[in-house]
Write a protein that binds this ligand. Sequence first.
Ligand SMILES: Cc1cc2nc3c(=O)[nH]c(=O)nc-3n(C[C@H](O)[C@H](O)[C@H](O)COP(=O)(O)O)c2cc1C
Length: 215
Amino acid sequence: MKINETLESLRVSYQASSLDAKDCDSDPLIQFDQWLQQAILSKCDEPNSFILSTVKNNRPRGRVVLLKGIHNSEFVFYTNYKSAKGDEIEKNENVALTFLWLPLQRQVRIEGKVTKVPEAISDDYFGKRPRGSQIGAIASPQSMILESRKSLEELFLRAEEKFEGEEKLPRPNHWGGYGITPDYIEFWQGRPNRMHDRICYKKDLDQWKIYRLAP
Ligand SMILES: Cc1cc2nc3c(=O)[nH]c(=O)nc-3n(C[C@H](O)[C@H](O)[C@H](O)COP(=O)(O)O)c2cc1C
């Protein structure tokens, strides 16, 4: 295929920065906070987006979601609890998160276990969303097969009508947050000649061990 020639010739030499364990915070969450803030300041698109990987039976599945907070050392995102990912999480608590900040030539990989956040946290965040997003969360049976775009729009309209005149919308039981407690966090910084930096934190008896991996 013609595209293969192009793909083979696509090549970027990463030389924006470097990373050494001595420059990293001993707490990976503080290190993550610093990198996330730099991604936001550098105007990376959707800097809080990450690929959430779950496991369905023995088969990995990934999709993008948005990080909406770090509460009690948990990485929090919001979704439909009855979605495919919700079902997968219900059956297997092990997940992986992958952040990609290309303008900074950085990747962060996180692994850990996921649980639902307390309802009060979901209520609080749901209340801060724009009304249209709230209606969308109420109306959309995420991951279900739809007959058509029109049937989805009808669900939205029906939810809009149901709550017409009500200023505050209730968070539906099927929508809320999940928090991931990490036990592995890896910071990847692109370097020239594919000699990238990989600084990893692994939790060992409540202590973070730091080491470097070959690129
Ligand atoms: C930039 C971006 C951000 C997204 N953020 C979310 C999110 O925060 N929560 C969510 O449920 N889906 C989000 N999605 C949609 C998911 O990728 C996915 O389509 C949806 O959650 C259904 O996934 P599932 O069927 O595996 O459960 C986002 C997609 C993109 C591209």
